[in-house]
Design a protein around this ligand. Structure first.
Ligand SMILES: C[S@@+](CC[C@H](N)C(=O)[O-])C[C@H]1O[C@@H](n2cnc3c(N)ncnc32)[C@H](O)[C@@H]1O
Ligand SMILES: [Zn+2]
Length: 172
């Protein structure tokens, strides 16, 4: 557990969800701008290359900024890159004038792990099982919006995959 040089509101520590995570150092009121997601601004072409490379070698810290650029938190990034995905998130993202902010969606209690919806789309979620542990867990790191956009067929497939994931977890 360590303090963060990047925000007075957070601590960085091991997470039950994955690797390191970010936790509330104190009660955080709804609406607080907790931390900016910083890093190198890169084109989509460069982002694709880095995602392939980082998927093989470790963790990907790339955040979608807009239709042409992403932010790579692995280069000149800060502790925002350690915030895990949650299907029952307590934070939301606001992009303002090219800057990415992590905002408290509700009052957050001291010690709670921070999480936001990574909003991964419906075409690649199977490769990313979710371990957020929430009652609302979608089984995969899959955006809530992506579920809304699914066709009936895609939704059926996702529900089957999700059931299989949790049935498997119950056995182990
Ligand atoms: C931006 S990093 C988050 C910080 C990460 N825990 C670490 O220690 O570096 C994103 C990666 O963390 C993991 N991760 C984040 N949220 C997760 C979740 N809910 N379930 C499983 N893995 C998760 C995935 O491997 C994902 O690619
Ligand atoms: Zn989940």
């Amino acid at each position: 557990m360590r303090e963060s040089p990047d925000s007075p509101w957070i601590l960085v520590s091991d997470s039950a969800i994955h690797g390191r995570g970010v936790f509330a150092k104190m009660d955080i009121p709804k609406g607080t701008k907790i931390i900016e997601y910083t890093g190198e601004k890169i084109t989509k072409e460069e982002s694709d290359k880095r995602q392939d490379r980082d998927n093989e070698n470790g963790t990907v810290y790339i955040f979608t900024l807009d239709e042409t650029h992403d932010i790579d938190g692995a280069v000149n990034g800060n502790d925002a890159r350690f915030i895990n995905h949650s299907c029952e998130e307590n934070c939301e993202i606001e992009i303002d004038d090219g800057r990415i902010w992590v905002i408290a969606m509700r009052d957050i209690k001291q010690g709670e792990e921070l999480g936001y919806d990574y909003s991964f789309d419906k075409d690649c979620y199977e490769e990313h099982p979710c371990k957020c542990g929430s009652k609302q867990c979608r089984g995969f790191i899959l955006g809530n919006d992506a579920v809304e956009e699914m066709t009936e067929e895609q939704k059926k497939e996702w529900l089957e995959r999700k059931a299989a994931r949790f049935a498997h977890n119950a056995e182990v």
